[in-house]
Design a protein around this ligand. Structure first.
Ligand code: NAD
Length: 245
């Protein structure tokens, strides 16, 4: 489904991001995994050796326009095009408002929102030049329902939905589609870090009665990256088993 296309996946070293990288590779794409540290990028690459001619790692500071532009240009130079950006990197926290520091609030905004702006801008410049592309952002079920603590995280995901809709309208003229995927509870390290009782309680309230798997979320990223969604832009695709809070 993605033969000959080139994709960058931020936070592609583990969890949902790694599942997206694998899915894109299985479907013929060239893939650049963007991680925060060379060590974790190398670890991810060591699990993808069968695709070594089509996969590379990059480690720009995702909030630095200069570093991101350079890394994305390197990707285009290596593979010859730049077609898909999965803005997947994200961090979460459940700190109560009374204990929240401005530093923690800013850190979550930086990775979950500012980095999406920086990466989307750099990607859109390359995509416009070559006649189009697809940008896919990581939203969440909390972009609809909020969450009872850790207010920065849902705030960034509400913002991602707004950024997605707005950029879809702005970039349509350049044949760049912009969509988001909103997973529910998905079995990754992010969820493993939550109290077990909390995950059980949330899972019991999901109509499909289980958390999602990274591979199931990656399927939505594949659809939105491929030509099967060529007339789809500006949507937030929920992959959450119909979870409602
Ligand atoms: P995870 O914690 O397993 O992985 C997050 C990835 O982001 C890691 O690869 C990490 O290295 C990377 N990352 C974090 N900070 C970074 C930085 N500064 N630079 C580069 N990479 C950085 O998380 P996950 O569960 O796979 O989540 C992936 C995305 O999906 C996130 O945006 C998250 O908000 C969203 N999401 C996850 C769930 C879930 O239940 N797991 C639900 C809804 C939305």
């Amino acid at each position: 489904m993605l033969k000959g296309k080139t994709a960058v996946i931020t936070g592609g070293t583990r969890g949902i991001g790694f599942a997206i990288a694998k899915k894109y590779l299985e479907n013929g794409a060239n893939v650049a995994i963007a991680g925060s540290r060379q060590e974790t990028v190398d670890k991810a690459l060591s699990q993808l050796t069968e695709y070594s001619d089509r996969v590379m790692g990059i480690c720009p500071d995702l909030c630095s326009p200069e570093e991101v532009a350079k890394a994305f240009n390197d990707v285009k130079e290596r593979f010859g095009s730049f077609d898909i950006l999965a803005n997947n990197a994200g961090i979460s926290s459940r700190t109560p408002l009374y204990d929240y520091t401005l530093e923690e609030f800013s850190k979550i905004l930086d990775i979950n929102l500012k980095a999406v702006f920086v990466c989307s801008q750099a990607a859109a410049r390359l995509m416009k030049e070559q006649g189009g592309g697809s940008i896919i952002n990581a939203s969440s079920m909390v972009s609809k329902y909020g969450q009872p603590s850790g207010c920065a995280y849902p705030a960034t995901k509400f913002a991602i939905d707004g950024l997605t809709t707005s950029l879809a309208r702005e970039l349509a003229k350049d044949n760049i589609r912009v969509n988001a995927v909103a997973p529910g509870v998905t079995n990754t390290d992010m969820v493993a870090a939550l109290p077990k009782e909390l995950v059980e309680k949330i899972s019991a309230g999901i109509p499909l009665k289980r958390p999602g798997e990274p591979d199931e979320v990656a399927d939505a990223y594949l659809y939105l990256a491929s030509d099967m969604s060529s007339y789809v832009t500006g949507i937030v695709l929920r992959v959450d088993g119909a979870a409602s809070n």
